[in-house]
Design a protein around this ligand. Structure first.
Ligand code: RB5
Length: 148
């Protein structure tokens, strides 16, 4: 898979760990920064990864900030993005199966590298189940399009 990854200054170390972990599993990882721990602003990186997913440059995204909240909020402002902040593997699996999430986010101040590995393993091995779930995603799209 081609995966876009992005983070703020808090997420640099965990990003490097997860990037290598995904590459070792055979994925191609495109790193949209931040590249250093110099203080920066998470919306920049949330937007960059979200745009890469929507354009098709990347199939999925991984976002990391202190909590995973700010960077996922930013990504979710991009039309068509379903970014889910997650701190355990169950939600990581279900957000693919039921919500067709296209970005997974987590917090470097919330979880450690071993949990992050479990989260990406679940996220990238699960498949969207469609059927009854599609109607709900269509409703979310209507909200996004200002139709409800
Ligand atoms: C940065 O201090 C912090 O606010 C950010 O990493 C993130 O946790 C925001 O949601």
């Amino acid at each position: 898979m081609i995966i876009g990854i992005g983070n703020d200054h808090v997420g640099v170390e965990l990003k490097e760990h997860i990037k290598k972990y995904l590459e070792d599993k055979g994925h191609t990882v495109k790193d949209f920064g931040a590249y250093t721990t110099e203080r920066t602003d998470y919306p920049i990186y949330g937007k960059a990864v979200a745009d890469a997913v929507i354009s098709g440059e990347c199939e999925y995204g991984v976002l990391i900030c202190g909590t995973g909240v700010g960077i996922s909020l930013a990504a979710n402002k991009v039309k068509g993005i379903r970014a889910v902040v997650c701190s355990e593997p169950y939600t990581a699996r279900l957000c693919r199966q039921h919500n067709n999430a296209n970005i997974i986010a987590f917090g470097a101040r919330v979880i450690g590298p071993a949990t992050a590995e479990m989260i990406v393993d679940e996220f990238f091995s699960a498949t969207y189940e469609g059927e009854r779930h599609q109607k709900r995603l269509d409703l979310i799209k209507k909200i996004e399009d200002g139709e409800m």
